[in-house]
Design a protein around this ligand. Structure first.
Ligand code: NI
Length: 196
């Protein structure tokens, strides 16, 4: 089932997600719905708060990035096989010189901005069967994970912009929260109190 994606301005996007256990109600169905919702919107990642569920869960599939001509073959291979569910994740290390990448977010349609992040992360998490992992990711793979991880911490990529950039997009963000935006996937806008 396609779920409405919660738009910028809704308080659920600002909450820290709760850890979950194996018996979390309808978890399997929630994950299926999140995949459907993410692919319908052509996203490469989706976090549970974006579908109004304040828990520590996100999914990623950065395979569209593997098309990038500038990447090496090993990088392409990593990106195209990184369809994954992250439950109760914890980033335990972020290293390297910060680099800029033009990010967007399904909750903030029509805004894309360069965001600086460190290039290498180590993350501990559980998969959908609650097996535990500790892995290191670099480059675009790390980038997608960092963006989704921020969502379960209540952080949005627009928080990371300079104060000048923030001022420049303020009006657009307020329009998004009111539903004054052209978007071709299902969303719920906080200032409209209804979906579409
Ligand atoms: Ni996002």
């Amino acid at each position: 089932m396609i779920l409405p994606i919660i738009a910028y301005g809704d308080p659920v996007l600002r909450k820290k997600g709760q850890e979950i256990m194996k018996d979390y109600p309808d978890l399997e169905q929630l994950i299926i719905n999140m995949w459907d919702t993410m692919y319908e919107a052509y996203g490469v990642g989706l976090a549970a708060p974006q579908v109004n569920c304040s828990i520590r869960l996100f999914i990623i599939d950065p395979s569209p990035f593997a098309e990038d001509e500038n990447l090496t073959d090993p990088e392409k291979e990593v990106l195209s096989s990184l369809k994954k569910v992250f439950i109760n994740p914890k980033i335990i290390a972020e290293e390297g010189e910060e680099w800029a990448f033009n990010e967007g977010c399904l909750s903030i349609p029509e805004i894309r901005e360069d965001v600086f992040r460190k290039p290498r992360i180590t993350i501990e998490y559980q998969d959908e069967d609650f097996n535990s992992f500790r892995e290191t990711y670099e480059g675009l793979a790390a980038r997608v994970i960092q963006h989704e991880y921020d969502h379960i911490e209540g952080i949005l990529f627009t928080d990371k912009l300079s104060s000048l950039k923030k001022r420049l997009i303020k009006g657009k963000l307020s329009d998004i929260s009111k539903g004054k935006v052209d978007v071709d996937y299902r969303m719920r806008f906080p200032a409209m109190k209804k979906g579409r």
